[in-house]
Design a protein around this ligand. Structure first.
Ligand SMILES: [Fe+2]
Ligand SMILES: [Fe+2]
Length: 471
């Protein structure tokens, strides 16, 4: 492990200067990345932004804060420190030393996993590129840009692996990561949720709560990988992801808080005319973002994922804390299924049901947010509650894709679904209304009327700090 080289063109802690070929390859990818950032990244012109930059990987002081022009952000390559004698924790190679190189037999699969993860990182930057124009405060604007530059760094993290370990094919895939674009007709991003638009800030908070959280769980499984450089890369990315989760969690908190406040002050549920977001609209946004994020975990059963596990490429969430043999060859699991056309469950081999295992971890994590938001309603003395819709609701992937179900899990005919879906998913009217509230507030210490201010600023700074200087 080298000390981080911050003076280099590409900041890194992987001794890039000792591998001239790799360094040159990445340095020639860098201008392509920058032109992607210029053309597909944030559209709001800024002088500089108060940003966190990763400069090291240690427990203390891994990042520094300062005002930087976003174009000059120091996107770097940082892997968590190497454990001296890391052993593979699961699968057929359990107990063997972790791999420092890619085994030929798993090359294609590992490359695929890295490309799929890598594709989501720039996608979210693209989805969020116009949000700066309608930021509710400078504090929120800064958080948006922080998430954006870090997703850019996560792209760097995946591109480093592709360049360093996958030869010419890896370099080609790295180019493709800049060519595909979110929502593009000809070359869309790989996963569905990453082709949806993020047109307003309520969507942004929901995205960072629900969809970034999917990312957290995917990274968690890759962090267990036998391929050590991938494991260490993901471990460090998870550190940055924590802030993205925070932006989502507290963003929705603050929307709910403001909504509750306006409801109580005016003693009415009908607060749209008073410039706040009605609870039923918030619920519809939860329904949408939660259900599309559930799809990201794939089908309930998957032989590919079983093979990845046995091969040691991808583990379970918190693999080492699981109290079993970490082989799972003779275990079973109940997975969601259609049984005679009805919503139910069926028993399958545990290995084949690993997507379900991961999705369940995710679901119980998501429930934590709903609990927080309901506490806010409760403290305001309101009887209304938010909820997560049923797992069969609005699914496009997996066992429930062929059917329609209500948020409470009641099976519906296609006709009933069409007639009622506007009660559960944001309609054009809802979206237009939310968009109408999205007027930018760029004065220091001011906040839009539809959201409460944060409890604290960033890095000990006050809320009215000059987080962003507009151009
Ligand atoms: Fe990311
Ligand atoms: Fe993220």
């Amino acid at each position: 492990m080298s000390t981080p080289d911050y003076a280099e063109k590409i900041p890194n802690n992987v001794s890039l200067n000792e591998d001239r070929r790799l360094q040159r390859a990445l340095e020639s990818w860098q201008p392509n990345f920058l032109s992607w950032w210029e053309s597909m990244g944030p559209t709001l012109p800024t002088e500089d932004v108060y940003l966190r930059t990763a400069v090291n990987v240690g427990r203390e002081g891994w990042a520094q804060f300062g005002h930087v022009p976003m174009r000059d952000y120091r996107w770097g390559i940082f892997l968590a420190e190497r454990e001296g004698d890391r052993r593979i924790a699961f699968g057929a190679h359990k107990g063997e030393p972790a791999w420092q190189k890619v085994p030929g037999e798993y090359r294609a699969e590992l490359q695929r996993l890295i490309v799929i993860q890598g594709d989501t990182e720039p996608a979210s930057v693209e989805q969020q590129r116009n949000l700066g124009a309608t930021a509710p405060s400078l504090y929120d604007l800064r958080n948006l840009f922080q998430v954006n530059v870090e997703e850019g760094r996560h792209l760097w993290a995946m591109v480093y692996l592709l360049h360093a370990y996958f030869g010419r094919e890896g370099r080609e895939e790295a180019e493709e990561l800049l060519h595909r674009n979110s929502g593009s007709e000809d070359s869309p991003r790989i996963l569905g949720a990453f082709n949806e638009e993020t047109p307003d800030w309520l969507s942004f908070y929901m995205f960072t709560y629900f969809t970034d959280r999917d990312g957290k769980y995917q990274l968690g499984t890759l962090k267990e990988s036998a391929f050590d450089p991938l494991s260490r890369t993901c471990e460090f990315m998870l550190k940055e992801e924590a802030h993205h989760m925070f932006v989502g969690t507290t963003g929705v908190d603050r929307v709910v808080e403001r909504t509750a406040q306006v409801m109580v002050e005016n003693d009415t549920d009908d607060i749209a005319a008073r410039g706040a977001i009605p609870l039923p609209v918030i619920q519809k946004y939860i329904n949408f973002h939660y259900s599309v994020s559930l799809d990201l975990f794939g089908g309930e059963t998957s032989t590919n994922v079983a093979n990845y596990y046995t091969a040691g490429l991808k583990g379970r969430w918190l693999e080492e804390r699981r109290k079993d043999d970490h082989l799972l060859a003779s275990d079973s699991i109940m997975v969601d299924a259609l049984a005679d056309g009805e919503i139910g469950q069926t028993e399958v081999a545990a290995l084949v049901g690993l997507n379900t295992d991961l999705r369940r971890e995710y679901i119980s994590d998501c429930a934590g947010g709903v609990k927080r938001w309901n506490r806010i309603l409760e403290q305001a003395g309101l009887p209304q509650r938010l909820y997560l819709p049923h797992i069969a609701f609005n699914r496009k992937v997996g066992a429930f894709a062929p059917i329609e179900a209500s948020p409470t899990g009641e099976r519906l005919s296609a006709g009933e679904w069409d007639a009622r879906k506007g009660q559960w998913l944001p309609t054009e009217t809802d979206k237009t209304f939310v968009r109408s509230l999205m007027q930018p507030v760029y004065q220091r210490g001011k906040i839009a009327a539809w959201i409460a201010p944060p409890r604290n600023g960033i890095n000990g700074q006050p809320f009215d700090y000059d987080y962003v200087h507009l151009a």
